[in-house]
Design a protein around this ligand. Structure first.
Ligand SMILES: [Zn+2]
Length: 202
């Protein structure tokens, strides 16, 4: 009998979500399979395919747990990245170029991220990061910030977890911002998904 991965590969040589041809690995939840590239998890039925866990890009979350016919998956395209503002996102440290905490937001557009202070913020700040300069966004626990801050302290310690945004500046020097997303997991997850999309397409 064929394995679920080989059946999936036969039906979908390219992943329906990310179009990668890297193939699939078995999921701990047999007979689900996981895309090696985007980590979307699927279960193949006789006449349909069902997404059981979203990809790292997150836009596919709305397709979860429904059986869609094969044609649907074959013609599926990622939606355009729409302009949006994600807040509250406050700057709390990590960069020696920005020595004051800032109340602000992240604006996402197809041409990249902008971190900007809100009008009510005491200190002003604006950082523009184009997709090809973005190095990653991840959630980091306050306790694990030691290696990131290299002995320095946060400007203001407001949460037990933060977003670590890494990028390169105009001179290709590595920089980082530590941002407080105030526990809004859906904001963090959306930003990480968008960052993954930017990094995939550069
Ligand atoms: Zn994939």
């Amino acid at each position: 009998m064929s394995s679920p991965e080989s059946l999936m590969r036969k039906k979908f040589p390219k992943c329906p979500i990310c179009k990668s041809a890297k193939g699939y690995v078995p999921s701990p939840f047999y007979p689900n399979v996981t895309c090696k590239s985007c980590t979307a998890e699927f279960i193949l039925h006789d006449n349909s395919l069902e997404l059981k866990s979203p990809s790292k890009f997150k836009w596919d979350e709305e397709l979860l747990n429904r059986k869609y016919p094969f044609d649907f998956w074959n013609t599926l395209k990622a939606p355009q990245i729409a302009e949006k503002i994600i807040l509250p996102i406050d700057y709390v440290g990590g960069s020696r170029y920005h020595r004051n905490p800032v109340i602000g937001y992240l604006r996402v557009r197809p041409d990249g991220f902008t971190y900007k202070s809100s009008e009510g913020s005491v200190h002003e700040m604006e950082v523009n990061i184009s997709p090809n300069k973005l190095l990653g966004v991840e959630v980091i626990k306050a306790n694990d910030l030691g290696s990131v801050l290299r002995g320095k302290r946060l400007l203001i310690n407001t949460s037990n977890q933060y977003l670590l945004l890494k990028y390169k500046d105009q001179s290709n020097r590595k920089r980082q911002l530590i941002l407080d997303f105030h526990g809004h997991e859906e904001n963090a997850s959306e930003l990480i998904g968008l960052a993954n999309r930017f990094m995939e397409t550069k």
